[in-house]
Design a protein around this ligand. Structure first.
Ligand SMILES: Cc1cc2nc3c(=O)[nH]c(=O)nc-3n(C[C@H](O)[C@H](O)[C@H](O)COP(=O)(O)O)c2cc1C
Length: 219
């Protein structure tokens, strides 16, 4: 005889899965939420690339991160722009760099909770006047909704809703960052991650894609 479950058992099973998922996400999220930008143990270095000649355009690449993967993306963008002749400063947004004196800005953030990190959106909102006068390209580093179907594309594009309300981006880049791995996450956390649209497992940063985007920027 085939095993069957009645409606009540089905509902109970659904509730159990929901509770385990919520708990798993809560545990996974709490460590990142406590990683306030000011007391995060993650280093947020600055970099300078290219020479400042009287002729070269100056570009600020600002970034916000919680677990470090966006730092490498910002660094790769800065390096690529310098190869194109720009004088580039890569700076963490938690230090609130001034965009004054730059000819263009590239600004990006890790995605947490379907949006930019608070210090990144806060920085853009505090500098709308300057950013409105110079080309401002924006990027996201995320690990969910990386697919090409309609639903994931819509969710991915929505990551920048608040940003677009503050500035009109000259370009938008979406790059996969680092998703949970067997080394740093439980089986249930990885299962929940996939169930909720997780795309990147481990380090999924595509350096060729990131470089190509930086090469395409019209600043
Ligand atoms: C608490 C938390 C929430 C996250 N929320 C999302 C999300 O809503 N959408 C998404 O695509 N990725 C999400 N991610 C994945 C991160 O964006 C991804 O791991 C990224 O590489 C993190 O960048 P960082 O290392 O610079 O902090 C989340 C990660 C954490 C830890």
């Amino acid at each position: 005889m085939e095993p069957t479950i009645d409606r009540r058992e089905f509902v109970r099973l659904g509730a159990c899965i929901g509770a385990v998922t919520a708990l798993s996400l809560a545990v996974g999220c709490s460590s990142a939420e406590t990683a306030d930008p000011d007391d995060s143990a993650i280093e947020t270095p600055s970099f300078e690339y290219g020479e400042e000649t009287g002729m070269s355009k100056r570009v600020l690449v600002g970034y916000a991160t919680r677990t470090g993967s966006t730092t490498g993306v910002a660094e790769a963008i800065g390096r690529t722009l310098s190869e194109r002749g720009y004088a580039v400063h890569v700076k963490p947004l938690r230090e609130k760099p001034s965009p004054g004196g730059y000819d263009a800005v590239v600004v990006g953030s890790a995605i947490n909770g379907a949006a930019w990190l608070p210090e990144a959106i806060g920085w853009v909102e505090s500098n709308t006047t300057v950013l409105g006068d110079i080309p401002t390209a924006v990027f996201c580093v995320h690990s969910m909704n990386g697919g090409g179907d309609e639903k994931q594309t819509r969710k991915r594009l929505a990551y920048l809703e608040k940003v677009r309300a503050a500035v009109t981006p000259a370009a938008e880049g979406f790059f996969l960052g680092k998703g949970p791995t067997a080394d740093d996450s439980s089986l249930i956390a990885r299962w929940a991650f996939k169930t909720f649209g997780g795309t990147a497992e481990g380090d999924a940063r595509d350096w060729n894609k990131i470089k190509a985007w930086a090469e395409s920027l019209d600043l």
